[in-house]
Design a protein around this ligand. Structure first.
Ligand code: AHR
Length: 343
């Protein structure tokens, strides 16, 4: 009897600890993403902006949401209606339609993938609501369906990764005869960041006959999927020299998988790690030498979006695209940025 009760108590303890851990990790993942409150009265004296964010899959995404929420505040003259689409295009389309029926002044949205936006963007245009694309792009013929885009040059990010690997191979005297075996963990298929980084990196890879891309697999921009696909790749290939991981979250998962397979990563390891985003946690791993290079994708896009809306409000001319500046981090320069990093 007593041992039954002891067992029950320990099971309850385990469940409570599990719940606590879930709240510390899972709950906090979403806590900085404030949902739209359907009962909140829109203050139409302010500039009303409907913002459809594609999800909260990564550290980058959370930072991007926070940047836009920080810029489009009441104090700055905005009323923000926020919606998190949880990675589903149909949720984004629903949110945009709801913004149209609420007659918001502007729609800002980060499209989860590039295709399939014509109809809903035409509806926004017919309703006379300017659409500002943030972060990712849409693939449409009629460019008048959106007003402007604020984001980063994803293809250039991919090229930067390739150029860094070129220099690294030269510095390590790896000759052109020696094979360099590469696997690529890609982000959400059809997303601008996946398309751009893939094209960019492959452009450089094509110049090198000895760069052997063993496989490019979908890791969905998440740590869990990154780990899962890396485990499969390690079972399939025992000759991986380089992992190109299209965001930090997948990199975290990939490093876990590699270390669990008793292999080593980074500056002094067997497998060279190339990552994208440059979130604070990843930059610490650059500093520790676990990630060789991190190509920045800058999520701080809120101020630019606020500035563009204010320009439109004042009847000023605006550009069709605004590209946010970014950096490349290695062990050589990372220390000077670690303290001031906002995400
Ligand atoms: O589109 C930007 C990408 O989306 C970031 O690299 C990634 O972390 C995010 O999920």
């Amino acid at each position: 009897m007593k041992s039954d009760r002891t067992n029950r108590v320990s099971i309850i303890n385990v469940l409570l600890i599990g719940l606590l851990l879930f709240c510390l990790t899972g709950c906090s993942m979403f806590s900085s993403v404030v949902e739209e409150d359907p009962s909140a009265e829109i203050d139409s004296d302010l500039v009303v902006v409907g913002f459809s964010q594609l999800g909260s899959e990564s550290l980058w995404r959370t930072a991007n949401t926070a940047s836009i929420q920080r810029a489009l505040t009441k104090e700055n003259g905005f009323f923000l209606v926020f919606n998190n689409a949880r990675q589903k295009q149909e949720n984004q389309i629903k949110a945009i339609r709801s913004f149209i029926s609420q007659r918001v002044d502007y729609i800002v949205f980060s499209p989860v993938t590039e295709d399939g936006w014509e109809t809903v963007l035409l509806e926004a245009k017919e309703a006379g609501i300017p659409v500002i694309l943030a972060d990712r792009m849409v693939n449409i013929e009629d460019e008048s369906l959106y007003t402007t885009w604020v984001g980063t040059d994803m293809q250039e990010e991919g090229e930067k990764a390739g150029r860094w690997l070129e220099e690294y191979m030269q510095a390590h005297q790896r000759t052109d005869e020696e094979d360099v075996n590469i696997v690529v963990l890609q982000g959400t298929p059809g997303a601008t960041s996946q398309i751009g980084r893939t094209i960019g990196f492959n452009t450089i890879a094509d110049r090198h006959e000895n760069w052997n891309i063993l496989e490019q697999v979908n890791g969905d921009f998440t740590t869990a999927k990154g780990k899962e696909v890396m485990q499969l790749l390690l079972k399939k290939y025992d000759n991986i020299d380089v992992v190109v991981s299209q965001n930090d979250d997948m990199t975290f998962g990939a490093i876990e998988a590699i270390q669990e397979a008793s292999r080593t990563v980074g500056v002094n390891g067997e497998i060279t790690m190339i990552s994208f985003d440059a979130a604070h946690e990843a930059l610490e791993m650059v500093d520790q030498g676990l990630i060789n290079v991190d190509i920045e994708c800058n999520p701080e896009q809120g101020d630019k979006i606020a500035e563009v809306i204010s320009k439109i409000e004042h009847g000023e001319e605006i550009e069709k695209a605004y590209v946010i500046e970014e950096n490349v981090f290695t062990q050589k320069n990372v220390k000077e940025y670690l303290d001031t990093r906002t995400y």
